[in-house]
Design a binder for this molecule. Structure first.
Ligand code: C5P
Length: 232
């Protein structure tokens, strides 16, 4: 079994959720979204440590949550930045050793362990691997409400997290992006800029990022279904 450290940016505000506070504190089945996500890694024997980036003013509340819900693998709580990429960079700075690191949105509690392990295996061999699913809809480019063209769907993937990298590669990519003022929407983009090939590992459609109120409803249903599966 190959081990890994996971970095979890948790310093967002989740404005699209409209809760008025960090969406990761919203509860599903009596537990905050953040704890559902951390639990996946707490339970995975291959995960050797978690590094979380959080807002300074939420640090105390998160520490209390970790205690209350028995999350023991958090090795560092670092201060997040204004952009997600800066929050991940803070985790990278805090990391010291270990070959493979995963970056995973704290707002994605439904990631499957098999996908995590596949990502770690592929990153071990190839340096970089990201989770994704093939798009189901027809995709078009349009501007000002007019279609310009239709994309070749067979080559399109909707990319999620986790994204797994050899630590040195991610560190180099992060430092280059920072030095050049480049802001990507995921870690893969900053590694792609180095010219390093990034492999896609097939994930599941239910690995959704909790973004809007509808996602919360979906999450409750999914949890119920998974509990039923566990008892059957
Ligand atoms: O806002 P969004 O859902 O895309 O954020 C994805 C993840 O990145 C969330 O877990 C959020 O807490 C985190 N984030 C962060 N720092 C930011 C913005 C988002 O850690 N400045």
């Amino acid at each position: 079994m190959k081990t890994y450290t996971v970095m979890l940016p948790a310093a967002g505000s989740g404005r699209r959720m409209g809760a008025g506070f960090n969406k990761l504190f919203l509860e599903m089945a009596g537990k905050p979204i953040l704890i559902h996500t951390l639990d996946v890694f707490e339970q995975d024997p291959c995960c050797t440590g978690m590094i979380l980036s959080v807002k300074e003013e939420e640090k105390r509340q998160i520490e209390e949550m970790l205690d209350r819900f028995g999350i023991t693998k958090v090795v560092a709580l670092v201060e997040g930045g204004a952009e997600r990429q800066q929050s991940v960079a803070a985790c990278i700075h805090a990391h010291r050793s270990g070959e493979i690191v995963l970056v995973h949105d704290a707002a994605r509690p439904f990631i499957k362990r098999e996908v995590i392990h596949e990502l770690v295996d592929v990153a071990h061999v190839h340096g970089a691997a990201i989770a994704g699913v093939q798009v189901k809809d027809t995709m078009k480019y349009a501007s000002v409400g007019i279609v310009e063209s239709t994309a070749d769907r067979s080559k399109l993937w909707a990319i999620q997290t986790p994204q797994a990298f050899r630590y040195d590669l991610l560190k180099e990519a992060s430092e280059k992006a920072e030095a050049e003022g480049f802001l990507g929407t995921d870690e893969s983009m900053i590694v792609e800029r180095l010219g390093h090939p990034v492999r896609v590992v097939e994930s599941t459609y239910d690995n959704v990022k909790m973004t809007t109120k509808e996602d919360l409803l979906f999450g409750e249903v999914l949890l119920k279904q998974r509990r039923q599966e566990d008892f059957s």
